[in-house]
Design a protein around this ligand. Structure first.
Ligand code: GSH
Length: 207
């Protein structure tokens, strides 16, 4: 049994988009939980099994899986025919796993560091910076039109996320901006965002 703990307008929207793109909605029970928000609203939800009270958290037969990259790797491996990732064990899957790890370990941290105005030689040594990360995205998109080449994949869902949420932090580069627009225009993304806005409204009403 699979249960996703989700909170509207948060990082877990990426997993909702993945589920929609894969057409595996019938296999996953989606539970809406509250989280503490930056504006002081919300709060930790005691029903959320994430060890830090964050989202997303996927529970598979009682085991809690956190971190979007891990959840994406797990779901795309569980449902290989859904077509959102290369076949496990192929060189392309290695590249796919690379993008997942690079997102969590480099792209999102450097994006946040830039937004927060933080720089330190240790950080730069470990992760470089957002500009360097964006150069790597650009190189992949030059081959394009998607991160993995011809086929849209879960890598596009994860990697375009920060730019969809914070357009002001998006590099001023048509290759990257057009890709973000293409990702946002996908019917699954449009549908999930509309449903998510309704979920958010319901949470506000209930508060
Ligand atoms: N590294 C985690 C980050 C998860 C995360 O930070 N989620 C935010 C929502 S955008 C959250 O739950 N925040 C609530 C809190 O900080 O307690 C992932 O990629 O899944």
């Amino acid at each position: 049994m699979l249960t996703l703990f989700h909170s509207p307008e948060s990082r877990s929207v990426a997993i909702l988009s993945l589920i929609e793109e894969m057409g595996i909605q019938d296999w996953i029970d989606i539970r809406t939980v509250t989280i503490p928000r930056m504006d002081g609203s919300g709060g930790r939800d005691p029903s959320n099994p994430h060890p830090e009270g964050k989202v997303p958290a996927l529970v598979h037969d009682g085991q809690v899986i956190t971190e979007r990259a891990a959840i994406i790797l797990h779901l795309t491996s569980l449902f290989p025919d859904a077509g959102l990732a290369p076949r496990v064990g192929t060189p392309d899957w290695g590249t796919f796993a690379m993008w997942m790890a690079w997102y969590q370990g480099v792209l999102e941290p450097t994006f946040i560091m830039e937004g927060a105005g933080v720089s330190h030689p240790w950080l730069t040594a470990a992760m470089r910076d957002h500009k360097t990360a964006a150069d790597r995205l650009r190189a992949a998109l030059k081959e394009g039109p998607w991160i993995m080449g011809n086929d849209f994949s879960a890598a596009d869902i994860l990697l375009h996320g920060p730019y969809a949420w914070f357009p002001e932090g998006t590099p001023d580069d048509p290759l990257i901006r057009d890709w973000v627009d293409r990702c946002k225009a996908r019917p699954a993304s449009v549908k999930v965002r509309a449903e998510d806005a309704r979920r958010m409204e319901a949470l506000r009403q209930a508060a």
